[in-house]
Design a protein around this ligand. Structure first.
Ligand code: KIV
Length: 275
């Protein structure tokens, strides 16, 4: 714990160096997505160490079919809501499609907006070699960066669907090389998504910064799930790697149905709920 003290802000908030230090202590890191004030509060109270305002916002909250339509404006709106919860957790803002791909300058500017306007503690972006120059510059100006390798959803069109990545030997070697490169560029951690568990373990051994897995096996230094998936709010099929810890969809549906029934039967409001 003494190693972590200096890395924490005065109010006991998690910092990027403190999260990175958890790997050296061998303590698994719990990461969950959050897009709004109440969810951020609840996840934080439960001990989640990193709140990722993911661009999964597009599919789980905004009703898009992929993350590609999500904009900086969408993301900033939700990053601010999560930051207003004043969590102890580190708040990581996910850079949406086309906010960092066109040029290093645009990447730096948009990363800066997440910190300056949004109040985020760090940013995340997808990719390895092709984003290395942007990662270097963003880290240089003092913004902690979380990388993201494997099944990167913003490359959905190029992958031809949500397919497990890094399956062949050459692919696996390339991914390990990109993980090392992201570490050299200064990332404080990286998400590994949709890769074989053995490769998740190999990457975790190959780098000194924490790997945060989602469908990447138990050997990763931490795990991340989309909160709507883990809470059972996602309707329909969910990926194999999801574990549901609640059935909030069922709970909500039943509550709405009881409310409708009470309104129709004039059981709501009662005298004590009236002025
Ligand atoms: O957008 C997101 O929620 C993510 C996580 C699934 C890692 O990138």
């Amino acid at each position: 714990m003494s190693e972590l003290k200096g890395a924490r802000a005065p109010r006991g908030r998690w910092t990027a160096p403190a999260i990175a230090a958890l790997k050296r202590r061998g303590e698994p890191i719990a990461v969950a997505t959050a897009y709004d004030f109440p969810t951020a509060r609840l996840a934080d109270e439960a001990g989640v160490e990193v709140l990722l305002v993911g661009d999964s916002l597009g599919t789980v909250v905004l009703g898009y079919e992929s993350t590609l339509p999500v904009t900086m404006a969408d993301m900033l709106h939700h990053v601010k809501a999560v930051v207003r919860a004043r969590p102890a957790a580190l708040v990581v803002a996910d850079m949406p499609f086309m906010s960092y791909q066109a040029s290093v300058e645009e990447a730096v500017r948009n990363a800066g907006r997440f910190v300056q306007e949004g109040g985020a503690d760090a940013i995340k972006l997808e990719g390895g070699e092709r984003v290395a120059p942007a990662v270097r510059r963003i880290v240089e100006i003092g913004i902690p960066v979380m990388g993201h390798l494997g099944l990167t959803p913003q490359s959905l069109l190029a992958f031809g669907g949500y397919k497990v990545q890094g399956k062949g030997e050459g692919e696996a070697e390339r991914l390990i090389g990109e993980a090392r490169l992201l570490e050299q560029c200064g990332c404080f951690s990286m998400v590994l998504e949709g890769i074989p568990a053995g490769l998740g373990e190999a990457v975790t051994r190959a780098v000194g910064i924490p790997t945060i897995g989602i469908g990447a096996g138990v050997a990763c230094d931490g795990q991340v799930l989309v909160s709507h998936d883990l809470l059972g709010l996602t309707q329909g099929r969910v990926p194999k790697f999801v574990r549901r810890y609640a059935d909030l969809a069922g709970t909500m549906r039943e509550a709405f149905a009881r409310y409708v029934a009470d309104v129709k039967a004039r059981r709501f409001p009662a005298d004590e709920e009236s002025y």
